[in-house]
Design a protein around this ligand. Structure first.
Ligand SMILES: CC(C)(COP(=O)(O)OP(=O)(O)OC[C@H]1O[C@@H](n2cnc3c(N)ncnc32)[C@H](O)[C@@H]1OP(=O)(O)O)[C@@H](O)C(=O)NCCC(=O)NCCS
Length: 227
């Protein structure tokens, strides 16, 4: 058995390491960068240590790198030349999305547990348009939450501007048998390449465990823009 699951062949390619897939200690430790070793020394909680090690392990697999790609001061991974990507973890499960930079200029992914998203959160994260789409049954509050987190993780590495849940909204939702195709509009400038009004494509995709939603967001790169 390969020590991970390919959820989507891509683009973006989405790999998953569920918490029940065993990975031996030697594989987790080999390839840890000096920076990762330093950070690991600060983490005492056993579950958090495992998540840290397993996220770095899956990034090394997804990027075919022997050593961890570094994170910058904002926590953004410096993906190897020619690649973009995004990481999410939840309750020990780790997801890594990657794509060729020509295809997508940036990618964001987010894994959420709907059971942890309280109903009261809807008013804080949904615009009136989002609330209408939730009320119509086309999308859940947890999916809106994950989509906006993924949007932030997609736009931030390009524009380095923080924005919040009410600074973006759903432009379109189309459900299908396996998930949904979405588009999301930023209502504020999130960077020079993504001024207010920019629409990004997103996808809700099925995950191999219960009680979880997974959404990726991508901004087209040169190869897609020229089509
Ligand atoms: C960055 C952030 C979105 C991470 O989300 P999270 O649900 O806490 O955590 P996840 O497990 O899904 O993602 C963590 C990964 O995000 C990546 N990440 C961290 N900071 C990031 C940033 N500024 N931009 C893009 N990716 C970032 C890292 O790869 C990290 O994993 P790693 O530390 O193992 O490398 C969140 O901490 C944050 O800063 N939120 C504020 C902005 C926001 O949410 N706005 C509302 C949405 S519109």
């Amino acid at each position: 058995m390969s020590p991970f699951i390919e959820i989507a062949a891509g683009p973006p390619r989405v790999l998953c390491l569920t918490r029940d897939i065993p990975v031996d200690e030697a594989s987790l430790a080999s390839g840890l960068s000096d920076e990762s070793h330093r950070q690991l020394r600060q983490i005492t909680h056993p579950a958090r240590r495992q998540e840290f090690l397993r996220a770095r392990y899956l990034v090394r697999i997804a990027t075919a790198q022997e050593v961890d790609p570094p994170r910058d001061g904002d926590g953004v991974i410096r993906w190897p030349d020619g690649l973009v990507g995004s990481v999410s973890h939840s309750l020990g499960d780790v997801i890594v999305a990657t794509a060729a930079r020509d295809v997508f200029r940036s990618v964001g992914i987010d894994l959420e547990r709907p059971s942890r998203i309280r109903a009261e959160l809807a008013a804080k994260i949904c615009t009136p348009r989002d609330l209408e789409l939730v009320a119509s049954g086309l999308i859940s509050v947890a999916e809106v939450f994950a989509a906006k987190e993924a949007l932030f993780k997609c736009h931030f590495p390009m524009g380095r501007k923080r924005f919040w849940f009410l600074d973006a909204e759903l432009a379109h939702v189309a459900r299908n048998d396996t998930g949904a195709e979405l588009s999301l509009r930023v209502l504020v400038d999130s960077g020079p390449m993504t001024p207010a009004g920019t629409v990004s494509n997103a996808r809700v995709i099925p995950v191999p465990f219960d009680d979880a939603v997974l959404v990726w967001v991508a901004v087209a790169g040169p190869e897609r823009q020229s089509k």
